[in-house]
Design a protein around this ligand. Structure first.
Ligand code: PLP
Length: 253
């Protein structure tokens, strides 16, 4: 078992590892050419689960260590990261402000309704432009400061070196579970949106000595847009964990 204890403040949100389960019928449907397993990040606790709780442990840890009293983050209207920030922020006693972007809807979708039920203040803009979204995040943050509050800003998707540490630990957890179950994965396939999960898993598997490809399936930005960001994060997370990781192995499909 490989352990790494990051020297960073952490606000605990997880009760233990997420389940690692075989999918025999899926494997059979593929002609048993591949044995498929799934890491059930959807079963992580709090507000219907999702892997971004791992990032939020370290992001909220950092916010509390700085003496913040509010969180500001952003995403699309259907963002799971925003829903989890609303829930985890409430657990930590922090006010949560969400900047949500996307086309106008007749009524808010399920995640936005959950955001509001969880007590977050939602600021909606229909813009698809990154610069407009960032301007609204800056305006919300300035308003909070003017009102005497101490906001902590979380980047889209909770990605970045601080949040990515949670995904390095996910990689270590996955490697341990695979070893315990006698499985040697040749590839880990995941959706890649902001790239933080992909970078963290790559570094975590490297730390654990598990030689599996990590393949990001792009769901938002293109591979060409995402590659430099993931490579930079791989280098940052590698140096945080004391390991030089080959950023050239960042792979997309
Ligand atoms: C389980 C899972 N894996 C990966 C991702 C992609 O996240 P990222 O923004 O870190 O690329 C998501 C997005 O929310 C996710 O839910």
């Amino acid at each position: 078992m490989t352990t790494w204890t990051p020297n960073l403040p952490r606000f605990p949100l997880l009760d233990g590892p997420s389940p690692f389960q075989p999918l025999p019928r899926f494997s059979a449907a593929l002609g048993d050419d591949a044995e498929i397993w799934v890491k059930r990040e959807d079963l992580l606790p709090i507000a219907f689960g999702g892997n971004k709780l791992r990032n939020l442990e370290f992001l909220i840890g950092a916010a509390l260590a700085e003496g913040a009293d509010a969180l500001v983050t952003s995403g699309r209207r259907w963002s799971n990261h925003c829903r989890l920030t609303a829930a985890a922020g409430a657990r930590a006693g922090l006010d949560v402000h969400l900047v949500l972007t996307g086309p106008p809807l007749d009524s808010p979708g399920p995640n936005q309704r959950l955001d509001e039920l969880l007590g977050a203040t939602v600021h909606v803009t229909t813009t698809a432009e990154r610069a407009d979204r960032e301007a609204l995040v800056a305006a919300v943050t300035d308003d909070l400061r003017t009102a005497g509050r101490r906001p902590y800003v979380i980047a889209v998707g909770g990605s970045g070196a601080v949040g990515g540490v949670g995904q390095v630990l996910a990689g270590l957890e996955l490697a341990d579970q695979a070893r315990e179950r006698g499985v040697s994965p040749s590839a880990v396939v995941l959706p890649s949106a902001t790239g933080g999960t992909q970078a963290g898993l790559l570094v975590g598997l490297e730390l654990a000595g598990l030689r599996a490809r990590v393949v990001g399936v792009t769901v938002a930005a293109t591979a060409a847009e995402l590659r430099p960001a993931v490579q930079m994060l791989v280098r940052d997370l590698g140096s945080l964990s004391g390991r030089v990781v080959d950023a050239g192995s960042v792979e997309f499909d």
